[in-house]
Design a protein. Structure first.
Lengths: 447, 325
């Protein structure tokens, strides 16, 4: 990792929201009805910095906003808010000639080499295009050198080929050659090898590694594959629902993950040796809705370590189950699907109904009191009194995780300098997360 | 630019390497397009029906160009025989004595000459309608699809309105307002036919706009014009030709229809006006089928050819259709 103190790229509070249902008709409708527009919070408050010569990985599940982050960094999307600084210069709102000038410094490698090369352009045309745009001389020679660097030799043989005449590996090498032909300072690689055959991956990865090491490029890898990032990156950021939940050096993240989500991701990476025992943390619940973002911690609906209130003595599994049931009820309980599962005619089998719900949500070893509350709530659900069941559950089962949005910061009880967004760890003094006024689905605060 | 050493080394000492490259951006553009065309032709010529359509259209085009040399008589010159107009003359091969290949009309015109000259308005309307419909539709589609947002909304609502207009009644109205001239028929056909190509090609542009190669071009700083002309347009071209080919057919049909109901250019002979006069003079009653069957066949042939070529282009645009025959 570089010791250069000046980051090449600083990202602060980056947001990218996409409007749901845009268009004249919908605009008019919302204007007249006064309804609020819905937004998909694809990227929602991302901060990080990248140092010269550094390789950083961004990991997360599909739909967590990592590709949107990449595209926003490459200025393919205009951020909704937040700032991006490149070499200390604010590039967030660049336009026209200045944007074009900035583009000389930033390139992107895309996931699918079959889609990232124009099928109607020869290799030479594809590689010479950036040079034409920026009016760089000696095009042919530069193109040849870039191809040779990407181990496509002899370069002359490739110049007049069309993408459909080339293999996936060759295409991705051409995409890499296109990225370096302008001599950029910073490259974004969005899943650079996930579409390639396993046999070709190693070659392309070592080319990428050589590229960053030899040229001192800064690179951001976007991937869902932690074992790849471990191999390629100096630092790793883990994203969940548009936020970075944990960011630290590769060793910190891989060997000693702190955030429960990071732990779950690391545990999901297959291990070659099945006898190596590793405790698997299975995630329960569903990925949240990126339109109606949950209050507090975004991971709370699936978190296996959601924090119970202090006065409540309860084991983790029971609390997880109780919170899952609460989340269901808060979102408008879909009783019909459970009635269907009873196999009875309509509501003829209330016993079966409560049995199914108990099996799903009464977990672990609940104390008598907790069990009673849960079962009473389930009985109320069977009677169709969803609201009362919700009140009952909310009264007993609530969590700091749904009230306070954890900040990604260095934590006092985490020894190193990584940043974690989780209430399990001691927050830095004076930088407490903002106590959000709880709205909509969440419980009234009582601490 | 930057002060790093790394990448620079790779691109050092390029001076004098060669200076070939800056010369030929135009040549490369031409090559891009010609490769596109030849690739499509390779697919098209596989299909015999497409070849048949292309040959028919070429043949009629040649006839239209060389009409004055092929036609034995001027199309609007009455045939006289010693002070008598040669009316209702039978064809040469049907006992006719005047030596007219397809006989003469009730007004004494040579039917064969009219048939040959009639190909001109048909093809001019067909081809110009094709070029203009596909061209306007494609431009609207590229602008609407690429820029999106308000521009897209407005253009597509105009298309919606155009979709509300019924073809023949609107043409009749336009010709009635602007006068029965040949150009007005073309205008009317174009005004009503660009909508389909605009709508469909726009959806294709929307899809191509999001392809990684377009994104890659944007990242390198390509201008909107460069992206539209080099990355999007060549990839929607088959659709443009598809709609162009269909527009030939509808153009010719509309011209024939408008002429038949008497709103065509009265000074010009077309297959449609031939049918109209044959109808007016009750050719059917007189059993002079050589007057109205040949123009009908000609219209059908050209229209079918347009559709066949269009069908071939459907195979170009949709590879799933290939290889079934």
């Amino acid at each position: 990792m570089s010791v250069d103190p000046d980051p090449i790229l600083e990202v602060e509070g980056l947001n990218k929201h996409f409007e749901v249902n845009s268009g004249i008709v919908n605009d008019l409708r919302t204007r007249f009805t006064g309804a609020e527009k819905d937004y998909v919070h694809a990227v929602d408050g991302v901060d990080f910095e990248l140092y010269p010569g550094e390789a950083m990985g961004i990991a997360g599940e599909s739909g967590c906003g990592k590709t949107t982050t990449a595209m926003t960094l490459a200025k393919l999307h205009q951020p909704t808010s937040g700032t991006i600084r490149f070499r200390g210069e604010d590039i967030t709102d660049l336009e026209g000639a200045e944007l074009t000038k900035f583009r000389q410094n930033v390139q992107m490698i895309f996931q699918d080499p079959f889609e990232s090369l124009n099928p109607r352009m020869t290799v030479y045309d594809t590689l010479a295009e950036p040079l034409q745009i920026h009016d760089v001389p000696n095009k042919r020679a530069r193109v040849a050198r870039a191809l040779e660097f990407a181990e496509l030799q002899p370069a002359e043989q490739y110049l007049d080929s069309y993408p459909n005449e080339l293999s996936g590996g060759e295409r991705q090498r051409i995409a890499i050659a296109r990225a370096i032909v302008l001599d950029p300072d910073f490259i974004i690689a969005d899943e650079p090898v996930s579409m390639l055959d396993v046999s070709l991956r190693a070659g392309v990865l070592s080319l990428l590694e050589r590229m960053t090491k030899e040229f001192g490029l800064s690179i951001v890898y976007i991937s869902h594959d932690l074992s790849l990032l471990r191999h390629m990156c100096d630092r790793i950021a883990i994203m969940y629902m548009g936020r970075i939940v944990e960011i630290g050096t590769t060793e910190q993240i891989i060997d000693d993950p702190k955030h429960p989500y990071t732990q779950a991701l690391i545990n999901a990476v297959p291990v070659p040796d099945p006898t190596t025992g590793r405790e698997r943390v299975e995630l329960e619940g569903e990925v949240g809705d990126a339109v109606h973002v949950p209050s507090g911690c975004r991971f709370r609906n699936r978190c296996p370590e959601i924090i119970p209130p202090e006065e409540l003595s309860i084991d983790q599994r029971t609390f997880r189950g109780a919170m899952s049931l609460r989340a269901r009820v808060d979102r408008g309980f879909d009783a019909e699907s459970y009635w269907e599962r009873t196999g009875g005619d309509g509501r003829s089998e209330p016993e079966e109904f409560t049995e199914i719900l108990r099996e799903e949500f009464v977990l672990g070893e609940p104390s008598r009191e907790n069990r009673e509350v849960l079962e009473e709530a389930i009985d109320l659900l069977a009677e169709g009194q969803t609201e009362r069941a919700g009140d009952l559950l909310r009264e007993r089962f609530h969590s700091v995780c749904e009230r306070v949005d954890p900040v990604a910061e260095e934590r006092l009880d985490v020894a190193d300098d990584r940043r974690v967004a989780c209430h399990l760890y001691e927050p830095n003094e004076g930088e407490r997360g903002v106590d959000e006024p709880t709205a909509g689905e969440s419980a009234p605060a009582d601490d | 630019m930057s002060q790093r050493e790394g990448t620079r080394e790779l691109f050092e000492n390029l001076e004098g390497y060669d200076e070939l490259d800056d010369v030929d951006s135009r040549r490369r553009a031409i090559r891009l397009w010609s490769e596109t065309f030849s690739e499509q032709w390779e697919i098209l010529k596989e299909d015999r029906l497409v070849v048949f359509g292309a040959v028919t259209i070429t043949l009629f085009s040649l006839i239209a160009i060389f009409a004055p040399f092929l036609a034995p008589h001027p199309p609007t010159e009455r045939m006289w025989d010693g002070g008598m107009i040669m009316q209702w003359e039978n064809p040469l091969w049907y006992g006719g004595e005047g030596g007219y290949l397809l006989g003469t009309t009730a007004e004494g015109y040579d039917i064969f000459s009219q048939l040959i000259f009639g190909s001109r308005p048909a093809l001019i309307v067909g081809l110009s309608a094709a070029v203009l419909c596909a061209g306007i539709g494609t431009i609207v589609a590229l602008v609407a699809g690429y820029y999106g947002g308000r521009v897209d909304d407005i253009l597509m609502r105009i298309v919606d309105v155009a979709y509300g207009l019924p073809l023949l009644p609107s043409v009749i109205l336009l010709v009635a307002m602007l006068g029965p001239s040949f150009l007005n028929v073309i205008l009317a056909v174009v005004l009503l036919q660009w909508r389909a190509s605009a709508r469909v090609i726009r959806s294709q542009v929307l899809s191509i706009r999001e392809r990684p190669y377009v994104q890659a071009a944007k990242v390198t700083g390509a201008s909107d014009w460069r992206i539209i002309s080099r990355h999007i347009a060549p990839n929607i071209l088959p659709l443009t030709f598809l709609y162009g080919a269909f527009a030939i057919a509808t153009g010719i049909l509309t011209e024939a229809g408008v002429s038949f109901i008497g709103l065509g250019d009265p000074s010009q002979v077309s297959w449609g006006t031939m049918l109209q006069t044959a109808h007016t003079y009750n050719a059917m009653y007189h059993q002079t089928w050589w007057w109205f069957i040949p123009p009908g066949i000609c219209i059908a042939l050209v229209v079918i050819s347009g559709f066949l070529i269009g069908r071939g282009y459907e195979e170009v645009t949709n590879p799933a259709l290939r290889g079934n025959n």
